[in-house]
Design a binder for this molecule. Sequence first.
Ligand code: ZN
Length: 113
Amino acid sequence: MHELALCESVLSILQGQAKTQQFDRVKTVWLQVGALSCAAPDALDFCFRAVTAGTLADGARLEVIRTPGQAWCMRCGETVMLGERYDPCPQCGTFEVQVTGGDEMRIKELEVE
Ligand SMILES: [Zn+2]
């Protein structure tokens, strides 16, 4: 259900932009999704189709760009990359990490007509 909510917010952003930038159709959406956002690309694609059916983005292609997760490791005292939210620090293996980035989602680019 998480992905459904994400896609609904993407659609409302598209509708808002369609008004301000005056386009009628969205052909492709490049969506930047943080690795820690817990959104599965397959589920995103499925939900995107369901949510956009009959809208300005009906039949649009969704391109998901995964961005790595970032965390601060208290043990190492530096920023490390995380593949998943509950992964340990890749350097020291402890769980003394605080997520600092990579859990966001934003529209990177749009192809419209
Ligand atoms: Zn560490």
